[in-house]
Ligand binder design. Sequence first.
Ligand code: SF4
Length: 447
Amino acid sequence: MSELDKEKNTNTSQKATVYKWKRNKRSLIDILLFCALWLVIAGWIVFIVMMLVNKDNYAPNVLIGIIFGVSAAFLCAVIGLGIVMKIIQDKEKHKILESHIEKTDEEWHEDELLKVRNLRTSFFTENGEVRAVNGISFNLNKGKVLGIVGESGSGKSVTAYSIMQILSPPGEVVGGSVKFKNEELVGVSEKRMQKIRGNNISIIFQDPMTSLNPVFTIGNQIQEAILLHTNRTRKQAKARAIELLQLVGINEPEKRLKQYPFELSGGMRQRIGIAMALACEPDILIADEPTTALDVTIQAQILELMQKLQKELGMAIIMITHDLGVIAQMCDEVIVMYAGKICEQGTAEEIFYNPKHEYTKGLLASIPYGSKAEGKLSSIEGTPVDLLALPKGCAFAPRCNNCLKICLEEMPERLVINDDHMATCWMNVLEGLKDGSVVLMEEKENG
Ligand code: SF4
């Protein structure tokens, strides 16, 4: 392990301790609030009972009154303390995150929208720190479609939530940098993020039923986003909502605005989700498995719709999926993730026709197409690695058919295959050594 890695690990474990302490402090406040609330409720009950029992004797009533008054004061004090602690915690969190932003002096180019550098996100569970995203870096340019592919638990969705800053505890961004139009988003205030979310970066969630609020009409939900981020009046927001519903192919838009989510089909709900995400014409649309919960014919319609809108509006898309077919249909560039890391990255053409990681090869081999559709489907043996116990070397080693001795011992470094392609697999180093494209450090030093 290099000195840099050791330092990173020390930082992360220190941070883990800080977050654990903060979580314990938070739960202590919750317990105090809970106790105080029950104390007041019990005080009230005893007070009422005593008043009924001792109608003619005021002394016990006064005593109970005092108990009740003290408990109410205690509750107010605890609530006040909770609010102050929350403010202090938010400030502390902001400071910690700011100190973990990895400042880069990379130049910002005109066509760049998003730059993610060494992003790390962990979940601090009772069993330990789960490193769901473990140091990933990528760029997204204007008007491009970037696909993030991998199995469940590979860190795709957590990457999206980290960019949007919508992780809930125990998940936390613990380091790295996410720059949108050269503005750092890691550690930015919630107030600023609320302006960016929906307005500049939008997200479509996997399940349209859970992403829409069941107690508000479709009209309310779309118009809310428009009113929040633009200067439009209510009337103008309604007109825009109708326009958006037409854009995503919903018939009778005026009628739909008055309906609730449960009155619509799954496909329609997902179209509504897309309409909401597009309400303010964002620069980046993150689609987190937008077609997984839909049947195949609706899936095709939604993908076509997204392609059409992307071309019409010129926005950039991050398409998160485990479906390589979706990636092939839509994406310019592809990131393959495994165990919270990027194992291969390149243009769609390079990934599909020149895969250089054993995991990507396994994923491609498991696509049912052509004559293979009639035979037995191939699969990647084994199960995804336990993120609480990551192996020393390559995380894919236990499932890899071509695992080398070094794969068990050392983490493969990223190797540049060509200008459009990078992969982290020892096989490439081995092949490179054979054909002379990779030179060992010692050999280089010895000339
Ligand atoms: S580094 Fe080794 S174990 Fe990992 S994918 Fe490549 S060959 Fe397989």
